[in-house]
Design a protein around this ligand. Structure first.
Ligand code: UDP
Length: 159
């Protein structure tokens, strides 16, 4: 924890992302984490967790009433997920780019969904769509708080 980092954090976006159950089942966790890690984003929180129905419904509340909602909640509760918080400049926008479009067949090659997913209902990973929703999702998934640390590589990644 350093004063420099605290100052920087004010300028940074926070992103909440998680590997959905298929990411865990298919052994793609390390690959997905690795992409965010190598990019230079800060990992602020991470845990493997079983998602209870109430949390799944709360997380996807904006989709309540849509035909795919029951299946979506069932899917997200169907096995453990890896919940993560990543931080860095424009991480919400960059993270969404790295994840790819919602429908895997529309995701560019090189994105996580473009490379590893085929169908919308098994698209591997969620990423917050805005800084405001990231804040809400972080509060929902990480009520215990996050870790603040500074990488020894910091000056070689952050100008
Ligand atoms: N979804 C689905 N069918 C649809 C649209 C969405 O199963 O027709 C699922 C899909 O897993 C998606 C999630 O609902 O990732 C949330 O939808 P959103 O539009 O927020 O997409 P995302 O932000 O995950 O790209």
């Amino acid at each position: 924890q350093s004063e420099n980092l605290d100052t920087t954090v004010l300028l940074l976006d926070l992103e909440k992302a998680y590997d959905k159950p298929d990411g865990v089942q298919r052994g793609l966790i390390a690959e997905i984490i690795s992409r965010f890690e190598k990019k230079g984003f800060y990992l602020r929180g991470m845990k493997l967790m079983d998602v209870k129905k109430a949390l799944g419904e709360q997380h996807y509340a904006e989709h309540e009433g849509k035909p795919f909602f029951p299946g979506l909640v069932k899917y997200i509760c169907s096995g453990p997920v890896v919940a993560m918080v990543w931080e860095g400049p424009n991480v919400v926008a960059s993270g969404r780019q790295m994840i790819g479009a919602t429908k895997p067949h529309e995701s560019a090659a090189g994105t996580i969904r473009g490379d590893y997913a085929l169908t919308v209902g098994r698209n591997l990973i969620h990423g917050s769509d805005a800084v405001e929703s990231a804040k809400k999702e972080i509060a929902l998934w990480f009520p215990e708080g996050l870790s603040q640390w500074k990488s020894c590589q910091h000056p070689w990644i952050y100008e």
